[in-house]
Design a protein around this ligand. Structure first.
Ligand SMILES: Cc1cc2nc3c(=O)[nH]c(=O)nc-3n(C[C@H](O)[C@H](O)[C@H](O)COP(=O)(O)OP(=O)(O)OC[C@H]3O[C@@H](n4cnc5c(N)ncnc54)[C@H](O)[C@@H]3O)c2cc1C
Length: 581
C-alpha cells in the first residue's frame, strides 16, 4: 500500500510546521459555513484534521491507483478520433473518475458549488502528490484554476451552470491563450471575440498548444476590441465544447504523454463573456496564470521527488567495486544535492502559496466579512497589498526554481542510475522528459526571471527577510547559518543596487544571477525557520548555505562587473545566423 502523503516526511512536516490553522480561519470565513453545511468544519482543529485526511486519502489514490498506470499512460498517450473527439489514455480516464468520486476535483471551490473549500496550500500539496504519481495527469487535475477563475470573476449564472459539474469531475477545463504568433507575448493575441446584434458572443480563430483543449469548459483569451492592439483589447470568453470547437491535432511531444495538447479551431463558436470586457489579460488571465504557475511548481516538485526516490533506492542497492555505490563521495554529493534541491523548491513553493492564501484571505474578508471598523479595513487593505507585492515576486520565483530543480534532479537521478537510467526499464528517463516542459509552459524560465527580478528590485526580499529571519532570536546552534544568510542578503543588496544604477537592460541581463541570489537568501531563511521545528533541518540549512554562499559571492562579482558584452558584442560572440538545410 503506497501512500504519497504519509510516506513523505517533508510534506507532513511542513503541513504541521506552517500555520495551516490560520489559513483554515481565512477560507472558512471564521467558520460561518458550519451553520449551513454539514461537512464544513466548526473550528480550526476540525478543519486541519479534515485537510490531513483529505491529503492522506489523495496520497493513497496517487500511490496505489495512479502511479502504477503512469508507465502505460506514457506509452499509449491519448487518441484524436475521426469525429474530432479525444479519448484519454485509460490510466488518465480512470484517475479523473477516481478523483471525482473522492470529491477532489473542486479542491478550492466553495461548498455551495460542490467544492471542498481548501486553502491553496493544501491544494498545492495535493498537486505535488498527483504529479509524483503521474506528472501528465496533473495537467488535467491541476487545471482546477479554471473553475477558480470562473468563481472569482464570472456572473452568478455562469457559476451556477459550470462549477458543479467541474467540482464533480464530470467536466474538465482548459486555459486557451497561446496562438502561433502569441506565445510569451500574449498581448498580441489575434483570435477574435465578437457579438451579434442580439449581444451574443462568438469566437473565431486558431489556438495552439492547448492542454486538455478537448475539455468541456474553455476559457479563451480573445480580442474583443479590434481597434485596441495591446492587452487592453482582450477579454475572456467561456466557450463550451461543441461542434464549432474543432480539435485539429494533438501534438506529438517529448513528455507528459497523458496530457492532450491540442490545436483548436474556433469556427465562430458561441461563448459567454467572463466578467468585464477588456480585463481579460490584465486581470483574469494574470490571476489564472499566477495560480497555474504555482501549479507547475508543484508539478515539478512531484517529478523531482519521484526522481530522487528512485536514485536514492538504486544507490543503496547497486554494487560496484565491491561496495554499494552510495558509498562513493561523488554519488553521495549528487544525492545530497538532489535531496536539498527538492526541499528548497518545496520550501519556496509552499511559502509562496501560503502568501497567496494570505493575500486572497485579506481580500475576501474585505469583500464578505462585513468589516465596519475603518482601521480594520485599512489594515486588511494593507495586508492584501503587501502580499500582492510579495507574490508578484515569489510566484515566478517558485515556478522558475522548482521547474529548473526538476530538470536538475531528474538529470542527477539518471547520472546515479548510469546506463540503467537511460533505459525504459526505469522511470527516470520519463521523469527527465516530463520535467523539461515545466520550464516552458505558463511562461518560460526567462519570463519568470524577468518578473521575479522586478520584485527583487522593488524590495520583495526585504519583506521576506523581515518576516522570516530578522527581528527574532535564534538558537545558538543555528546562529552561524543565520549569519551566513545575512551575509548572502548583504551581497544581494549590493548586487541589486549596482544593477539598478545601470538600468533595466543591464538588470535583465543579470536577472538570473540576481534571482538566484534572492532565492538562495529566501530559502536560507526558510530553512532556518524550518530548523526550529525539526532537528534534521539544521543540517539541511547549513548545507544549503555552505553551497550557496560561495555561489552568491561569484554571482555578486559577475553582476557588479559592469560587463555588457552579451549586449554590445552580440553579433561577434553569437556568430552569424547559420543557413539551416
Ligand atoms: C506541452 C505544452 C502545453 C501547453 N499548454 C498550454 C495551455 O494549456 N494553454 C496555453 O495557452 N498555452 C499552452 N502552452 C503554450 C506555452 O505557454 C508557450 O509555449 C510558452 O508560453 C512559450 O511561448 P512560445 O512557445 O511561443 O515561445 P516564444 O514566446 O516564442 O519564446 C521563445 C524563446 O524566447 C524567449 N523569450 C520570449 N520573450 C522573452 C522576453 N521578453 N525576455 C526573455 N526571453 C524571452 C523565451 O523564454 C523562449 O526561450 C503549452 C505549451 C506546451 C509545449
Amino acid at each position: 500500500m503506497a501512500n504519497f502523503y504519509t510516506d513523505n516526511e517533508d510534506i507532513s512536516f511542513l503541513f504541521d510546521h506552517m500555520n495551516v490553522a490560520r489559513l483554515a480561519g481565512i477560507v472558512e470565513e471564521d467558520f460561518r459555513f458550519a451553520k449551513e453545511c454539514d461537512f464544513a468544519p466548526a473550528d480550526a482543529k476540525e478543519a486541519v484534521d479534515n485537510y490531513r485526511q483529505i491529503l492522506a486519502s489523495l496520497g493513497e489514490i496517487a500511490g496505489d491507483r495512479i502511479a502504477p498506470t503512469a508507465e502505460e499512460t506514457d506509452k499509449v498517450g491519448n487518441v484524436l478520433n475521426a469525429d474530432g473527439s479525444v479519448t484519454y489514455a485509460p490510466g488518465i480516464a480512470l484517475a479523473i473518475k477516481l478523483l471525482g468520486q473522492a470529491d477532489l476535483m473542486g479542491f478550492t471551490l466553495p461548498y455551495r458549488f460542490g467544492g471542498i473549500n481548501c486553502p491553496q496550500l493544501v491544494y498545492t500539496m495535493s498537486n505535488e502528490m498527483i504529479s509524483r504519481a503521474d506528472a501528465s495527469l496533473m495537467n488535467i487535475y491541476g487545471l482546477q484554476g479554471i473553475a477558480e477563475t470562473i468563481n472569482a470573476f464570472a456572473s452568478e449564472e455562469i457559476k451556477q451552470q459550470y462549477l458543479p459539474p467541474m467540482a464533480s469531475g464530470k467536466w474538465t477545463g482548459a486555459m486557451v491563450l497561446t496562438e502561433p504568433d502569441a506565445g510569451s507575448d500574449l498581448q498580441s493575441v489575434k483570435v477574435q471575440a465578437y457579438q451579434d446584434d442580439k449581444g451574443n458572443w462568438f469566437v473565431r480563430g486558431v489556438k495552439r498548444f492547448i492542454t486538455n483543449g478537448c475539455g468541456e469548459v474553455l476559457l479563451v483569451l480573445a480580442r474583443s476590441e479590434p481597434e485596441i492592439t495591446d492587452g487592453r483589447g482582450l477579454s475572456v470568453i467561456l466557450v463550451e465544447r461543441g461542434p464549432k470547437v474543432k480539435i485539429r491535432r494533438l501534438e506529438n511531444k517529448l513528455g507528459i504523454h497523458g496530457s492532450p495538447t491540442c490545436e483548436i479551431f474556433f469556427d465562430n463558436a458561441p461563448g459567454l463573456l467572463v466578467g468585464e470586457r477588456q480585463r481579460g489579460l490584465i486581470t483574469y488571465v494574470m490571476s489564472l496564470m499566477n495560480g497555474a504557475r504555482i501549479g507547475i511548481a508543484a508539478q515539478a516538485l512531484g517529478i523531482g521527488e519521484a526522481a530522487y526516490r528512485v536514485a536514492r533506492d538504486y544507490a543503496h542497492s547497486r554494487r560496484q567495486f565491491d561496495t554499494e555505490i552510495e558509498n562513493f563521495p561523488a554519488v553521495r554529493e549528487l544525492l545530497i544535492d538532489m535531496n536539498v534541491d527538492v526541499q528548497a523548491a518545496r520550501a519556496l513553493t509552499y511559502y509562496a502559496t501560503f502568501c497567496v492564501d494570505l493575500e486572497t484571505g485579506a481580500l475576501k474578508q474585505l469583500e464578505f466579512g462585513n468589516v465596519t471598523d475603518k482601521d480594520q479595513a485599512k489594515a486588511l487593505k494593507q495586508t492584501s497589498r503587501t502580499y500582492k507585492r510579495l507574490n508578484g515576486m515569489l510566484t515566478p520565483m517558485a515556478k522558475y526554481y522548482a521547474s529548473e530543480m526538476s530538470m536538475r534532479v531528474s538529470n542527477g537521478s539518471m547520472a546515479v542510475l548510469g546506463g540503467s537510467g537511460y533505459m525504459k526499464d526505469y522511470p527516470v528517463e520519463r521523469y527527465l522528459r516530463d520535467s523539461r516542459i515545466t520550464t516552458i509552459y505558463e511562461g518560460t524560465s526567462q519570463l519568470q526571471v524577468v518578473a521575479a527580478v522586478r520584485g527583487v528590485s522593488s524590495g520583495g526580499v526585504d519583506g521576506v527577510m523581515n518576516e522570516v529571519l530578522l527581528n527574532r532570536d535564534w538558537p545558538a546552534d543555528l546562529q552561524p547559518t543565520v549569519d551566513k544568510v545575512k551575509e548572502g542578503y548583504a551581497l544581494l543588496t549590493e548586487a541589486m543596487a549596482f544593477a539598478k544604477e545601470k538600468g533595466m537592460e543591464y538588470t535583465d541581463l543579470y536577472g538570473r544571477k540576481i534571482v538566484d541570489m534572492a532565492i538562495a537568501t529566501i530559502v536560507g531563511a526558510l530553512f532556518c525557520d524550518q530548523a526550529t521545528g525539526k532537528e534534521s533541518k539544521k543540517a539541511v540549512a547549513a548545507r544549503w548555505m555552505a553551497v550557496k554562499l560561495p555561489e552568491m559571492r561569484m554571482n555578486k562579482e559577475l553582476v557588479c562587473s559592469g560587463d555588457r558584452s552579451a549586449i554590445t558584442d552580440f553579433a561577434t560572440l553569437a556568430g552569424p545566423v547559420p543557413v539551416l538545410e
